[in-house]
Design a protein around this ligand. Sequence first.
Ligand SMILES: NC(=O)C1=CN([C@@H]2O[C@H](COP(=O)(O)OP(=O)(O)OC[C@H]3O[C@@H](n4cnc5c(N)ncnc54)[C@H](O)[C@@H]3O)[C@@H](O)[C@H]2O)C=CC1
Ligand SMILES: N[C@@H](CC=O)C(=O)O
Ligand code: NA
Length: 434
Amino acid sequence: MSPVKVGLLGFGVVGGGTFKVLAQNAEEIARRAGRKIEVVAVGALNVDTVRELVGDNVLVTSDAYEVVRHPEVDIVVELIGGDTIARELVNEAIARGKHVVTANKALLAKHGNEIFAAAHDKGLMVAFEAAVAGGIPIVKAIREGLTANRIQWLAGIINGTTNYILSEMRFKGLSFNEALADAQRLGYAEADPTFDIEGVDAAHKLSLLASLAFGIPVQFSKVHIEGITGLAKEDIAHAERLGYRIKLLGITRRCDQGIELRVHPTLIPVERLLSSVEGAMNAVQVNGDMVGPTLYYGQGAGELPTASAVVADLVDVTRLLLADPGHRVPHLAFQPGAMADTPILSMDDVISSYYLRLRVDDRPGVLADLARVLANHQISIGSMFQEPHGPADADIIFLSHEAREGNVNRALEEIQALPFVKSHVTRLRVESLL
Ligand SMILES: NC(=O)C1=CN([C@@H]2O[C@H](COP(=O)(O)OP(=O)(O)OC[C@H]3O[C@@H](n4cnc5c(N)ncnc54)[C@H](O)[C@@H]3O)[C@@H](O)[C@H]2O)C=CC1
Ligand SMILES: N[C@@H](CC=O)C(=O)O
Ligand code: NA
């Protein structure tokens, strides 16, 4: 059979990695796909360097549209990133009847609904395994492996950069900025690393995971997002003392009233597997009503792990080229006509336990006043400790039992206004699902 012909857009960390994987494992991949997969065109800005790497038989051009419009290209692989030119190129590829593979979660989180609908109308595939948790085959696991289940919730470490930063700070004592610079050097970070550290990248991925898990449209704008930039070293230390480790988690859960969709630093009990996931590794726990808990672990970022997922998608698309469109796996796991309009819950309705830290005047009555405000808002204290700070102040750390977030918000407003409270009240959520 004639080879399947691929056009690569972008030859950076993942684009370069994809070319390498296709070359290095060409024979093994062809045995699996049933046909050879051949890169025939590359769109790149650094044309001369890329030409040296890919050889004379591949068209290398700085005009990405030339790749998309190339008559021989069957599959367009978009690895440029962002949601401007990448969006135009993907739309153009679909309009021209070409299948698409992309690692671009920013694009799909914002424009996935429109892109998947256009592809569906044309009977085309838009494969995106690399877009969520890099090399871990989590899209395939949810979309295919767990189809017998009503998925109840999933929670995961789905940003390698932030997990790497937290680990390096903890183990090597690096500063936040040093650890971030390392993550950038290693190819983990987004072109704009604020997407990583502010939780936006994790939110992009979570919105895709929620669609795959619950059969709802992609709703990035409804994700509650908090990153790791507000985390203080002392919170990491206090959490350890209480038996927890702090990780940036993406969590989505189906409740009676709707679906929770949130990304924030979270205290995880140290005995849970997710708390030991370090460096750029990712891990996602998915709970289905039939299978129970399942856990997926692997490299969530970096050249070859991400390229591994891109190439797996290329093999999938190659295998499915001959299947008629009606019998292919749906983009978002559920048939397009069977999507649900379950609402996304307001953060106020989320139930969680909380870690609270505040600095107060160290004098009689302070603890009683704090406990009264919490009790007035139906927040019960699970444990508490106090550390002196200088001659007249103390830091108080509470762990609450489960409470409604709206109640916690109101209690915190009141506590913040108390005359003896001398710091901003830090609030972190504690995960009890895991
Ligand atoms: N680096 C990683 O670990 C992972 C990255 N991703 C995603 O993969 C995509 C690519 O990321 P990276 O390879 O890390 O980025 P990168 O910045 O290393 O590569 C992007 C490449 O696209 C090129 N480019 C920009 N505009 C172009 C244009 N008009 N025509 C042709 N080339 C153009 C740039 O010169 C650059 O070489 C992004 O969507 C990213 O979110 C997904 C999972 C992991
Ligand atoms: N910047 C991302 C790359 C993979 O998606 C991350 O750090 O996880
Ligand atoms: Na993946």
